[in-house]
Design a protein around this ligand. Structure first.
Ligand code: GLA
Length: 351
């Protein structure tokens, strides 16, 4: 009786958004720069205490799914969301019943997984600086087989309404950057799907590590260092990262100067670099980017996130999206607030 009463009373609700990266992809895991924005779509998690297990009820598109897993033990054969929940509950040393609802599009490269991890972590009471919380969520992803960087988690945690967020992954700092007035962000879903864990993401990371063994941290290297790299593929991968970090810096400056034109051109250059030097685009996504750039009022368009499918982000003049006829799912989005604890009855005084 007491237990169920407790479960009723001690509950915590937290939510976290998906993200779109405006520029700076495949720079996070070498301590570089990125400029994402949190999205208006959120994953909301209500946690209530439960003895030694994690129960997850997910409500998606009008359907409910229920799964349960022990707080520790082998979960590797279970679906990723359960592995993530188990890892995070184990880290917080608390069993929990988690009720999950989400409006973040799944599998579109808009970081539904980071939104889920961050919301679960906060709902479980995992606390600390955004970087500490992000690292626990990153470890959960790694345990579930996705060796990702910190971009998605920091964007979810540090997002800000009406601002993009300039992230420096070496200094571990964030700075709000307002986009030029009179612009809008358009996300176009290519419809192509590929999971990061099963993609060449790990290979790209390995190539960057190989480059760093020769020329040191890519976040500090310059294009003149590239000649020291004898493997031409490694050289291309490093060239992307070094040039992308420069572009992020220039994009932040362009945004502050209200220079949408320059910002857009940097986005286009970023895409070409991701496509030719980093080889993480697809012919379909390249074609969509070119098509978008030929439309009136589009300043720039690029793939966003890990690549191999997913979405395109475009910066456009206000009202441009309404004129587009692309035969793809498309959204106009405003940069939105980061993760939050929305209600908390689980504090030490009420325990
Ligand atoms: C995925 C990863 C991030 C980042 C991007 C590419 O979204 O989760 O850590 O590496 O790809 O920028």
């Amino acid at each position: 009786m007491q237990a169920s009463l407790d479960a009723e009373v001690h509950r915590r609700t937290a939510s976290a958004p998906g993200r779109v990266n405006l520029i700076g992809d495949h720079t996070d895991y070498t301590g570089g720069l990125a400029l994402p924005a949190a999205l208006p779509w959120r994953t909301t998690v209500v946690a209530t205490p439960l003895e030694a297990r994690v129960a997850v009820t997910t409500s998606l598109e009008g359907k409910q799914y229920f799964d349960e897993v022990a707080l520790s033990g082998d979960a590797s054969s279970l679906p990723a969301h359960l592995q993530l929940a188990q890892f995070l509950a184990h880290s917080s040393a608390a069993g929990a019943s988690l009720s999950v609802t989400s409006t973040v599009p799944v599998g579109a490269g808009l970081s539904s997984s980071a939104a889920y991890c961050v919301a679960v972590a906060l709902a479980l009471g995992i606390s600390g600086s955004p970087w500490e919380i992000a690292r626990i969520c990153q470890a959960a992803e790694a345990a579930a087989g996705a060796n990702v960087g910190l971009l998605d988690q920091i964007a979810a945690l540090c997002g800000s309404a009406n601002n993009a967020v300039l992230i420096d992954f070496t200094a571990e700092t964030t700075e709000n950057v307002t986009l030029p007035a009179g612009t809008e962000l358009i996300i176009v879903d290519s419809g192509e799907r590929r999971s990061l864990a099963n993609s060449a993401y790990g290979e790209r990371r390995a190539a960057c590590e190989q480059a760093e063994e020769v020329i040191g941290p890519l976040s500090r290297a310059s294009v003149t260092d590239l000649t020291a790299l004898k493997d031409l593929v490694v050289q291309q991968r490093a060239r992307h990262v070094i040039s992308e970090n420069l572009r992020v810096r220039q994009a932040a400056i362009a945004a502050k100067a209200e220079d949408a034109q320059s910002f857009g051109l940097l986005m286009n250059d970023s895409h070409e670099s991701l496509s030719s030097d980093f080889s993480v685009s697809t012919p379909g996504i390249d074609a969509l980017c070119h098509r978008l750039r030929s439309e009136a009022g589009i300043y720039g368009a690029r793939m966003t996130g890990g690549g191999f499918g997913g979405c395109i982000i475009a910066l456009a003049e206000h009202g441009a999206a309404a004129r587009l006829d692309l035969n793809c799912t498309m959204w106009v989005v405003a940069p939105s607030a980061g993760a939050s604890i929305d209600s908390d009855d689980m504090g030490p005084t009420s325990r």
